[in-house]
Each structure stands twice: as structure tokens, then as C-alpha cells.
Design a protein around this ligand. Structure first.
Ligand code: SAM
Length: 240
């Protein structure tokens, strides 16, 4: 990352009220590792410095809006891909303990190697599917928070993630613009799996102005044991 990239990161994060100072060398290392990983594994479609800084780093940091990720929380990042939003959040909030899950092994291998290189002991990478983890005693009703970025529609996310949250836990879903239909379906699905949509917070991605929405679903009661349905069903046949 050259000096333009550093300036863009500081500026973008500054617009979110975050000061990136001592973490800059780790962001620069993450940038380099992502470029190397992309050349080998084709991990992400974003390849330019501006895209990586704004659409991966700053975009991931927008999950901190509203203060739902403060304190020593257990956080599951579902569908982490090449480690987003995990890595930017873990660099800025070292008190969060991440379990970063993806169904694709090569992506999780990259996240594991990168976490080691960045010295992020609080990041635990895991190969798995939400449908399986949501039925396993080690993960069901276990986490304080689930974060997701760019994984599925809101009703699908509700079924995949609410089983993983403890009662009182929050799903923090970072999405683009959301239609009224998707939001309504998400509200109904959340109710079916023990949750309630508490926050719909539309905003613009710093610098670029792209539409984003942070949606928070609170888990109010236990999820019925029939959820999540088996692998692939939540996506193929959404609840609503
Ligand atoms: N969150 C990352 C980001 O924002 O760059 C990656 C987004 S990528 C579009 C979606 C990822 O979710 C893919 O890597 C995919 O393998 C993973 N995924 C989708 N459904 C999943 C499921 N049911 N369980 C685990 N991972 C899943």
C-alpha cells in the first residue's frame, strides 16, 4: 500500500470517526497478503488499491456503526471469504474474539495464514457451513454477535445466523440498499427463528457514496429446533 492508500484509509476511517494510527503497518501487511493471495488463489474480485482500501477495509469498518460491536464479545463472521469484515474489525477492536467461518477451504486457509502473519490470536478460522454449525452443540446458541457482509438475502441470513446467537445476542448484517420486500420478508423470517429486526440504518460508504444498510436483528427467544434446515435449503427455499 503506497502513501495514497494510507491517506485514503485514514481519510475513509476518519469519516467513520475512527483513527487508524498504530494499526497502519498491519493494514499495509494485510493489503500485501491480499494481493499475493489474489495472484495465487483468485480470492476476491477487488484488485486495485482504491477498491481494496475503500470496498474491503473501510467498508468492513462500517460494521462498527451504532456501537453494536463494543467490548469483549464472541463474534462469528459468517461467510468471511478472504477475511472480511473480520480482519479490519479485529485490527481496530482487538477485544473482539472472532470465529471466522466459510464453507470454502482455500479461503479459510488464507484467513488462517493471514491471521498468523498479522499476529491476530483472537481470530479462529473455521471451515464449515452455517446449517451444520447451527445444529452443533459447540456453536448453537453460543455467540454474542454474528456479523455478515455480502452473504445472502435477509430472510436467508435470519435462518442461518439466529440459531448461532445466544438469547440477547445480535446479528449485525452489512448490506447494500435493501428493498421493502426483502426487509418485510426478513422481519417475518426473524420472528420465525426467535428474533426481531431492531435497527435498519441506511448510510453511504465513505468517499464513494455507495448505498449501504446496517441491519440489526436481536435474538429474543430460543430458535425452534427445526432451524436451520439442512444444507442448501435455507437458500433454495427461503422462509418468506
Ligand atoms: N464476507 C466476505 C466479504 O464481504 O468479502 C465474503 C463474501 S462472499 C460474496 C460470500 C461468502 O459466503 C463465500 O465465500 C461463501 O463461500 C460463503 N457462504 C455462503 N453461504 C454459506 C454458508 N451457508 N455457510 C458458510 N459460508 C457460506
Amino acid at each position: 500500500m503506497n502513501s495514497d492508500g494510507v491517506e485514503l484509509l485514514r481519510h475513509g476511517a476518519g469519516l467513520l470517526g475512527l483513527e487508524i494510527g498504530e494499526q497502519l503497518p498491519q493494514f499495509a501487511r494485510l493489503f500485501a497478503l491480499l494481493q499475493e493471495g489474489n495472484a495465487r488463489l483468485n480470492l476476491t474480485a477487488l484488485k486495485t488499491q482504491e477498491d481494496i482500501v475503500l470496498k474491503h477495509f473501510v467498508d468492513s469498518l462500517t460494521c462498527l456503526r451504532g456501537g453494536y460491536l463494543e467490548g469483549p464479545l464472541t463474534v462469528l463472521d459468517l461467510g468471511t471469504g478472504a477475511g472480511f469484515p473480520t480482519f479490519p474489525l479485529a485490527l481496530v477492536k482487538p477485544e473482539l474474539h472472532f470465529t471466522s467461518v466459510d464453507s470454502i477451504r482455500k479461503k479459510v486457509d488464507f484467513v488462517r495464514d493471514t491471521a498468523v502473519q498479522l499476529g491476530l490470536e483472537q481470530v479462529t478460522p473455521l471451515v464449515g457451513r452455517a446449517e451444520t454449525l447451527g445444529r452443533s452443540a459447540d456453536h448453537r446458541e453460543h455467540y454474542d454477535r454474528v456479523v455478515v457482509r455480502a452473504v445472502a438475502s435477509l430472510p436467508v441470513l435470519a435462518e442461518l445466523t439466529l440459531p448461532l446467537l445466544r438469547e440477547g445476542g445480535l446479528l449485525v448484517a452489512q448490506k447494500g440498499a435493501i428493498s421493502a420486500d426483502e426487509l418485510n420478508a426478513g422481519r417475518r423470517a426473524a420472528g420465525e427463528v426467535g428474533g426481531k429486526v431492531q435497527v435498519v440504518d441506511p448510510f453511504e460508504l465513505p468517499v464513494l457514496g455507495d448505498a449501504r444498510t446496517l441491519i440489526v436483528i436481536e435474538k429474543l427467544g430460543r430458535t425452534p429446533s427445526k432451524y436451520p434446515r439442512r444444507e442448501g435449503v435455507p437458500t433454495a427455499q427461503p422462509l418468506f
